[in-house]
Design a binder for this molecule. Structure first.
Ligand SMILES: NC(=O)c1ccc[n+]([C@@H]2O[C@H](COP(=O)([O-])OP(=O)(O)OC[C@H]3O[C@@H](n4cnc5c(N)ncnc54)[C@H](OP(=O)(O)O)[C@@H]3O)[C@@H](O)[C@H]2O)c1
Length: 272
């Protein structure tokens, strides 16, 4: 049995479907009743006792980074005899600047996993292709996408590839102690993604870059101020470079990472 946390989200949801499709037994830790191809366990990542209650018969755990009392959660995972933890971290952990709160929570989560005594694999994906879903509201009312950091190219990764690497790490041998940086096959600026999405939707989309002040306001609308400032540092001040294309998805899964064209075609309906 594999326990997947974040199972209603982009990465965890893709993993539930990938594992179920591979015929693995899957349990999803969820905060409310939902429809998933998995057994459900109601729990909260900020409540280690609730995670402990979901661990009977579990041999592998897919764990999100940055929740409260994570040392206690990992102690419960170790006590339950779990054989492997896959941590969903981020490239922010490579920035390793503990003054940046996003880097800090990923660095600290990684350290706790390494110290847990449970064999582990750490995933450090770059920005997810699915973040593009945030454009859906703008595209319902017109053909203009206004987005922050127009000059920043990111080797954005499809959550399906994160799931494929996580599934391989949980189901196969040979991934203990590995830290996998995960990217897609190309570094794309927002304008590139707008062009590719427009082609998938059959619409003439136009891109407008936000000013730094507008970018800050956009970030602040979606997250606490400290995190907004952290992402501003990453991408406006260049404290994080996600432009390098890495071979990891190909090396782990045996097939090239999915393109943004594939993601856009598969998710076109969400922009209708
Ligand atoms: N998005 C990116 O570009 C990116 C890049 C690198 C790393 N990451 C990492 O990947 C993680 C997942 O990203 P995503 O796009 O898959 O996120 P997402 O779609 O927003 O999903 C978040 C998931 O976490 C669950 N969750 C939130 N708080 C919880 C809690 N207290 N207890 C249990 N479950 C809880 C949510 O469940 P509910 O349905 O109950 O809310 C949901 O299933 C991020 O949090 C980040 O650490 C993301």
């Amino acid at each position: 049995m594999i326990l997947v946390t974040g199972a209603t989200g982009n990465a965890g949801g893709a993993l539930v479907r990938t594992l179920a499709g591979a015929g693995a037994e899957v349990r999803a830790l969820v905060r409310r009743q939902v429809d998933l191809p998995a057994e459900l366990a109601i729990g909260d990542l900020n409540d280690p006792e609730s995670v402990a209650g979901a661990l009977a018969g579990v041999r592998g755990v897919f764990l999100l980074s940055g929740y409260d009392r994570m040392a206690e959660t990992l102690a419960a995972i170790a006590r339950a005899g779990v054989q492997h933890v896959v941590l969903l971290s981020a490239s922010a952990a490579e920035a390793a600047d503990l003054g940046n709160p996003v880097s800090k929570y990923h660095v600290e989560s990684e350290a706790l996993v390494r110290e847990s005594g449970v064999p582990w694999t750490i995933l450090r994906p770059r920005t997810f292709m699915s973040n593009t879903l945030r454009w859906a509201d703008q595209l319902r009312s017109g053909n203009v996408v206004r987005e922050a950091f127009p000059d920043v190219a990111v080797a954005t990764v499809d959550p399906l590839d994160i799931a494929a690497v996580a599934a391989a790490s949980l189901l196969e041998k040979g991934h203990d102690g590995q830290v996998y940086g995960l990217t897609g096959p190309a570094a794309l600026r927002p304008a590139d993604r707008v062009r590719i999405l427009g082609e998938a939707l059959g619409r003439e989309l136009r891109f407008e870059g936000l000013s730094d002040d507008e970018a800050r306001a956009q970030l602040l609308a979606g997250m606490p101020e400290a995190y907004a400032e952290a992402f501003f540092g990453f991408f406006a001040r260049g404290e994080l470079d996600e432009s390098a294309v890495l071979p990891t998805v190909l090396q782990v899964t045996g097939r090239p990472p999915r393109t943004f064209e594939e993601w856009a075609a598969a998710n076109a309906k969400a922009f209708g």
